[in-house]
Design a protein around this ligand. Structure first.
Ligand SMILES: Nc1nc2c(c(=O)[nH]1)N[C@H]1C(S)=C(S)[C@@H](COP(=O)(O)OP(=O)(O)OC[C@H]3O[C@@H](n4cnc5c(=O)[nH]c(N)nc54)[C@H](O)[C@@H]3O)O[C@H]1N2
Ligand SMILES: Nc1nc2c(c(=O)[nH]1)N[C@H]1C(S)=C(S)[C@@H](COP(=O)(O)OP(=O)(O)OC[C@H]3O[C@@H](n4cnc5c(=O)[nH]c(N)nc54)[C@H](O)[C@@H]3O)O[C@H]1N2
Ligand SMILES: [Mo]
Length: 691
């Protein structure tokens, strides 16, 4: 028997990007472990990825190309050969492109975070074709845009320093579920006496383990940050020296914050005046004592109308109190901006024959239903889906479903499984998993460049995304050499070796070692050096003004709340959020039996008072609805959800729910204040007991 260990990287959309060791015996992957030597993975994996082999060798893996034989959405398919599949796709795309290639739309997100199996060969293909571009906004664009205006780039507190913080605000994140290796370090800090405060409308798995939980109303985080600024400035808990040297616009910020008295803040956020004042004092006083104070702001705060502003307001706080002076202080939203990725080399935007339109993935439902017009351009005639499951994950799902159900639409879905989206495909193509292909990874939670080696041969006739687009390019007659580059050649172009932070990384070496830390210091802004236009932390942003936004941090009310839309709230009085369930990764892993068994079935957490008012008892089946649609879940009466709030942990596969629907039936496709991003957590609903 032959046995070996292969260095790999977790490909999933999670900040932790773990280093993996795969045990392979006689060509079969038998175990997936966390690399004990990788500093942030530290030998520990989440339950999901520890079961990676269960997903890879799942009996439902797609192993052959398929052609739809039933109606769209019905899920009836027949096996075809690769030759037939590629021939049909190339013929169809070719005839559409002969009229206007912009009628073809790629639809992809982060099923894999790999730079190679993500956007490399696929981007080259679509650019060369002249297809519409895709605005990949479904997750983080609001928050990262607000962060960039303020800090300059996705650079923040180094995860490897967090254990030394004395106060940690966990703001709109649930790291127990969604950022485990941050949580490990936060707990270490806690053991050394640090205070942990969760700011979250819901008592999440994380909030219940913090010293304090501030349960504000969804979408009101900017108000809380402004209220904190008010108290910090009024009580002189600020770092005047840091402000003078390294920030821009303090006077204007002071004026703005003056408007946010603790009373106004408390009323806006639905919390007490003591909570506002107490939070600001704790934060400011710890900083004044010279203690490292850290904020982990996460994407949970930015899935609302004012989501960009929420992140921006929070990102101002560390500069105000001088928290950046410490390696363990500051704020982290994402570390993605720390990496120098040569996207132009990978994706070749220079191949675009002429300027083309951009379709926003968040509004795919609306756009699929749109007619041709001078503003919109041609009607969408073909969608190629890979690394994503739009039928389950995109907002206003009823509309998305009607769009994908169009008989005249040609849809290709490339995936590991017959997802909700694959049921609407004309052709389904089987993709390889991370164990079967090569890739190179950045991270949005740590500072390591990562390599993924293929551990096993592709299962069945599955192929890497890259190979599929290589073959399609050949069928379309794209014969440039860049369509023949191997995955190793692509991977070698991922990290810009000449960039000082890349530390001269070499792909062959990285494949052997698995990972290499970026050459950058912790405490990135101890002496200013913010990558903003002014080089300072911008409390006032001229760029925002130029972009038509308020140049100062501001509170923007949710679209749908009791205060901002009382007429709507009269019919739909409950705010609904649908954050990730611990055992799923977006809609990935929902079909892994052991993980789904742990989550049970779609649930709705509802406060006992809200339940009682509707005659809903523990365990009752309920219907959650608004004008956009409805779905069914089992009620859990719990004060984890504050009164007026309901929580539907997500993202379920529709076909694995009793009613064939999920929480996105009721979410809206309206966009955030900046970044053109979704507002999943800005949703009013009503709930009723099912007869
Ligand atoms: N297990 C698991 N891990 C994951 C994922 C997963 O699906 N499952 N998804 C991955 C992905 S793609 C992402 S983007 C991240 C997301 O992970 P996080 O950034 O942690 O964000 P969310 O899970 O969206 O929400 C986290 C918390 O924000 C709270 N929240 C909701 N609305 C608000 C609000 O208006 N204000 C505040 N302060 N809090 C609010 C929710 O109640 C929730 O507890 O996690 C990644 N990791
Ligand atoms: N209601 C609600 N909706 C949400 C969210 C929420 O919190 N609430 N969160 C939003 C967020 S933060 C995000 S990031 C999006 C996530 O949305 P998506 O990025 O679409 O994520 P997944 O649902 O996990 O779907 C990824 C798909 O890619 C496939 N895949 C994985 N690797 C490969 C590969 O190598 N090749 C190919 N071809 N396919 C592969 C997987 O099998 C899976 O079916 O969902 C958003 N939707
Ligand atoms: Mo995400």
């Amino acid at each position: 028997m032959s046995s070996s260990q292969v260095r790999a990287t977790c490909p999933h959309d999670c900040p932790d990007t773990c280093a993996l060791l795969i045990t392979v015996e006689d060509g079969v992957a038998t175990q997936v472990k966390g690399d004990p030597d990788h500093p942030t993975t530290a030998g520990v994996l989440c339950t999901k990825v520890a079961r990676y082999t269960e997903r890879t060798y799942h009996p439902d893996r797609l192993l052959y190309p398929l052609r739809r034989v039933g109606k769209k959405g019905e899920g009836k398919f027949e096996r075809i050969s690769w030759d037939q599949a590629l021939g049909e796709i190339a013929a169809r795309l070719g005839s559409i492109a002969a009229r206007d290639a912009q009628a073809i739309v790629p639809y992809s997100y982060c099923g894999t975070m790999g730079q190679v199996q993500g956007e490399s060969m696929s981007a080259r293909f679509f650019h060369r074709l002249g297809a519409s571009l895709l605005d990949r906004t479904i997750c983080a664009e609001a928050g990262i845009t607000g962060y960039r205006y303020t800090i300059g780039a996705g650079i923040g507190t180094d995860l490897e320093q967090v254990q030394d913080a004395r106060l940690i605000l966990i703001w709109g994140g649930n790291p127990v579920a969604s950022n485990l290796h941050f949580w490990t370090r936060a707990q270490e800090a806690k053991r050394h006496g640090a205070r942990l405060i969760a700011i979250d409308p819901y008592r999440s798995l994380t909030a219940e383990k913090c010293h304090q939980h501030i349960a504000l109303l969804p979408g009101t985080d900017a108000a809380l940050a402004l209220g904190m600024m008010h108290v910090l400035i009024r009580e002189n808990l600020i770092d005047a020296d840091y402000i003078a040297r390294y920030t821009l616009g303090f006077e204007q910020l002071e004026e703005r914050a003056a408007q946010w008295t603790p009373e106004r803040t408390a009323a806006t956020c639905g919390i007490s005046v003591e909570e506002v004042v107490g939070l600001a004092r704790e934060y400011g006083q710890a900083a004044q004592r010279g203690e490292p104070v850290a904020i982990r702001v996460n994407y949970g705060v930015q899935r609302v109308h004012g989501g960009g502003m929420s992140v921006r307001a929070i990102a101002c706080l560390p500069a105000l109190v001088g928290a950046w002076r410490h390696p363990a202080g500051g704020v982290q939203l994402s570390s993605s901006g720390s990496f120098a990725v040569d996207k132009a080399a990978l994706r070749r935007p220079d191949l675009l024959p002429n300027p083309v339109r951009t379709i926003n993935m968040t509004t795919i439902g609306e756009d699929l239903l749109r007619a041709a017009s001078p503003q919109f351009g041609p009607r969408i005639e073909a969608v190629i889906v890979y690394n994503s499951n739009p039928l389950a994950i995109a907002p206003d799902s009823g509309q998305v479903m009607r769009g994908f159900a169009r008989e005249d639409l040609f849809t290709v879905v490339i995936d590991h499984f017959q997802t909700d989206s694959a049921d609407y495909a004309d052709i389904v193509l089987p993709a390889t998993t991370q164990l079967e292909h090569v890739d190179a990874h950045t991270s949005y939670g740590h500072l390591y460049m990562m390599a993924n080696n293929a551990a096993i041969a592709p299962l069945g006739e599955s192929k890497p995304n890259t190979e599929i687009f290589r073959l399609l390019a050949a069928r379309m007659g794209f014969d440039e050499a860049l369509f023949k580059e191997s995955d190793d050649q692509l991977a070698a172009q991922v990290f810009d070796r000449k960039h000082p932070r890349s530390g001269g990384v070499d792909w062959e070496t990285l494949k052997r070692t698995g990972w290499q830390r970026l050459a950058m210091p912790s405490a990135p802004f101890a002496q200013g050096g913010f990558p903003t236009p002014s080089g300072k932390c911008e409390f006032y942003s001229a760029q925002m003004l130029a972009d038509g936004l308020d140049p100062l941090p501001a509170y923007i009310a949710p679209y749908e709340s009791v205060v901002s839309n009382p007429a709507l709230a009269a019919r739909y009085p409950l705010a609904m959020i649908s954050p990730p369930a611990r055992n799923f990764l977006n809609s990935t892993f929902v079909n892994v039996t052991s993980l789904r068994a742990t989550e049970g079935e779609p649930t709705l957490d509802i406060h006992p008072a809200d339940g009682a008012a509707r005659g809903i008892g523990e365990g009752a089946m309920v219907r959650i609805f608004n004008d956009r649609g409805s779905f069914v879940a089992r009620a859990r009466l719990t004060d984890k959800a504050r009164e007026g709030l309901v929580v539907a942990l997500s993202i379920w596969w529709k076909k694995l729910a009793s009613d064939g629907k999920n929480a996105n039936e009721v979410t809206s496709s309206r966009l955030t204040d900046m970044g053109r991003a979704p507002t999943f957590y800005d949703t009013l609903v009503q709930v009723e007991r099912l007869a």
